[in-house]
Design a protein around this ligand. Sequence first.
Ligand SMILES: Cc1cc2nc3c(=O)[nH]c(=O)nc-3n(C[C@H](O)[C@H](O)[C@H](O)COP(=O)(O)OP(=O)(O)OC[C@H]3O[C@@H](n4cnc5c(N)ncnc54)[C@H](O)[C@@H]3O)c2cc1C
Length: 389
Amino acid sequence: MSVSTDRDAAFLAGIGEIANTVAAAHADDVDRNARFPIEAITALREQRALSAFVPAEYGGEGVSFRAIATACFTLGRRCGATAMVFAMHQIQVATIVRHLEGAPHFEEYLRTLVAEQRLIASVTSEVGTGGDMSRSVAALTPGADGRSSFEKQAPTVSYGGYADDLVTTLRNHPDAAPGEQVAVLHRTDATTMEPTGTWDPLGMRGTCSPGFVVKAEVGAEQVLPAPFSTIATETMVPVSHLLWSHIWLGIATDAFDRARAFVRAAARRAPGEPVPAAVKLSHVMTQLSLLRGEVNTALDEFLEADEDRERLSTMAFALHFNNLKLAASEQAPRVCQGAMGVCGIVGFKNDTPFSIGRHLRDSMSASLMVANERLHQTNAGLLLIAKEV
Ligand SMILES: Cc1cc2nc3c(=O)[nH]c(=O)nc-3n(C[C@H](O)[C@H](O)[C@H](O)COP(=O)(O)OP(=O)(O)OC[C@H]3O[C@@H](n4cnc5c(N)ncnc54)[C@H](O)[C@@H]3O)c2cc1C
């Protein structure tokens, strides 16, 4: 095995252990109380998983993107909220790693992230633009001392109360158009965060994602050198859609596993008797296979295109990765609902080995994390003009 394969295998073995022991043990309590999955995130920190994607030259583990995606799937099978916190952090890490363009501030930041296992949250959504990441209202406003300040009304900041740092999107100056954006990295202990609500949602309750008014003053060195439009097309959009989809696949897979365990238990209770739910299970498996196929194909396509990163900016790839998000976010709840139909009342109840309620509720957040209708509207425009799809 090559060094990188060894590294990936060791990383994934550790993730599997944390998923099966720590995340699984606390998932129901995290969900019931809409509390941060502190045990699993602490375990991930101890395993140095927060710096897993940081290249070895900055002291990180340098695991592959495929391994990060697999980790999202593995964690998603046991606790959707833990997986989502892990994924959102890795999206920010990938953004910095892939777009720092040799800037010393960001190189130094990555070394600090490795040493301190810092957790990064994201502030892209905004009151006024909703989930449209390609436009901002808030702007960097230059001050007298060469620094700039901003104030952003953020409707949803997952684990904002637990993060060490934030990546915030803003217009790059007060007169800039909504699409002239930059991404800024700033510490939460140098940021004012006024909560604007509570967090008592249907699903993904452990992500602890209330709204905040986010205010900070930053230096020019804290602005990522690449324009945000490049960051979004080459990294933030495809990486988000890939990692989220792996989580949704993980949630759906566990729902299917529970349904299968239910059918097998029924067969054991009455040997030789037909189990009517077994046929329903077969239908659910077909739905799960479609989801798995979509997610795995998209990951392979991304890794292949990433060898020549500019290919990620083509209309064809924008369509593919939007379509991945649309397909996976609609298919995962379908699988969970099918699994609940297999298990019947013991799937509907929250306190049985076959409970599917948390899976179904968590998976229903998928179509809202950037509203699917927005993506359909973007795709509708691209389909009219793209030469190849
Ligand atoms: C669990 C979870 C965690 C999240 N964490 C974060 C986070 O950490 N940081 C962050 O920045 N964001 C986060 N978000 C995303 C954020 O909450 C939403 O993207 C944002 O708040 C948009 O809110 P909205 O649903 O009102 O969507 P909007 O995009 O404002 O949409 C509102 C309604 O209008 C419809 N709509 C919007 N545009 C169109 C269109 N073009 N065509 C047709 N219909 C349209 C939508 O379908 C929807 O019905 C998270 C979301 C979830 C579910």
